[in-house]
Design a protein around this ligand. Structure first.
Ligand SMILES: C[S@@+](CC[C@H](N)C(=O)[O-])C[C@H]1O[C@@H](n2cnc3c(N)ncnc32)[C@H](O)[C@@H]1O
Length: 281
């Protein structure tokens, strides 16, 4: 996943390093519900716990774990967790949370997804978990699915809770004083969408300095074909009209902690999905 996109990865890494502390300890901590998390609140959607099932004593690898709040939420249910992310600043925060919560068997690793197998010495896991804005940072899902297949043990699962491909295509514009949601991005584009911005989804006004992000669109066909090709059986795919962040201002309202829906008056859009895939023995 390097080579052609080396500059994109370097920009993305700079941008994720710039927000890690902000999300964990700064003005983004309210969005991340850090206070509630430290008091015991789970960061995962209730269906995630149901759809993954009992994780007690199971090994769970969280790819692109960011500041570790989701990783450590799984740990609270008994999973033996490993979080992996290419941002050293994010891993510092994840390790700090593990210490604050006295979770001493959580392990965090700094590595790119493309280097995960090497960084983890070929270890395989009962569960590989990823999502909440993860695969959009990866250009090549065929390569990603191959890496996941190496990381999941035979008969183990890959579980994702991700942004719905439809939401990724949209923008909000004002027409006659009304906010209208319309398609903006080309779903068939294979090159990255590159955008400069300051701030973060956790605090739009944060002074992060100008950052450049490069993201890739991935439709369901691409995701599912890549997983099937690499030996996964899709057991479950559920689409939901709820997002785990507020993509645009003034059009969302909270539904449960960490989830938002479009306000009444908007036609519901699929905004997130969960997927469980089992690695064939
Ligand atoms: C939106 S976060 C993932 C969601 C996280 N669970 C959360 O809710 O905050 C995206 C994460 O992907 C990581 N990331 C982006 N590209 C990566 C790559 N190529 N390899 C490893 N991590 C990457 C970023 O550092 C960031 O922490």
């Amino acid at each position: 996943m390097t080579g052609k996109y080396e500059k994109c990865f370097a920009d993305n890494l700079k941008s994720w390093n710039a927000v890690a502390q902000l999300h964990a300890q700064g003005s983004g901590a309210e969005f991340y519900r850090i206070e509630e998390f430290l008091q015991g609140e789970c960061k995962l959607g209730p269906w995630e716990l149901e759809e993954v099932g009992d994780v007690a004593r199971k090994s769970l690898l969280h790819l692109q774990c960011h500041i570790g709040t989701d990783t450590l939420s799984w740990s609270r249910y008994g999973a033996q967790v490993t979080g992996l992310d290419f941002s050293p600043a994010a891993i510092v925060e994840a390790e700090r949370f593990a210490r604050l919560l006295d979770i001493d068997d959580a392990r965090f690793v700094v590595a790119a997804v493309s280097a995960a197998e090497t960084a983890l010495n070929g270890e395989q896991f009962d569960i590989v978990y990823t999502g909440r804005g993860a695969i959009c940072w990866l250009p090549d899902l065929d390569e990603w699915a191959g890496i996941c297949a190496q990381l999941v043990r035979p008969d183990g699962i890959l579980y994702m809770e991700e942004t719905h491909p439809t939401l990724d295509l949209m923008e909000v514009i004002q027409i006659d004083g009304k906010q209208v949601i319309q398609p903006k991005y080309d779903p068939f584009r294979t090159e990255p969408v590159s955008e400069d911005y300051e701030g973060s989804y956790a605090d739009r006004n944060a002074k992060t300095g100008s950052q450049t992000n490069h993201c890739w669109e991935h439709g369901f066909g691409e995701i599912i074909n890549a997983l099937v090709k690499h030996g996964f059986e899709i057991e479950l795919l559920k689409e939901r009209p709820w997002a785990f962040f507020e993509p645009w201002e003034d059009v969302f309202e909270p539904v449960i902690p960490n989830y938002w829906k479009l306000k009444d008056g908007f036609v519901p859009l699929p905004m997130s999905y969960s997927l469980r895939a089992r690695k064939r023995c």
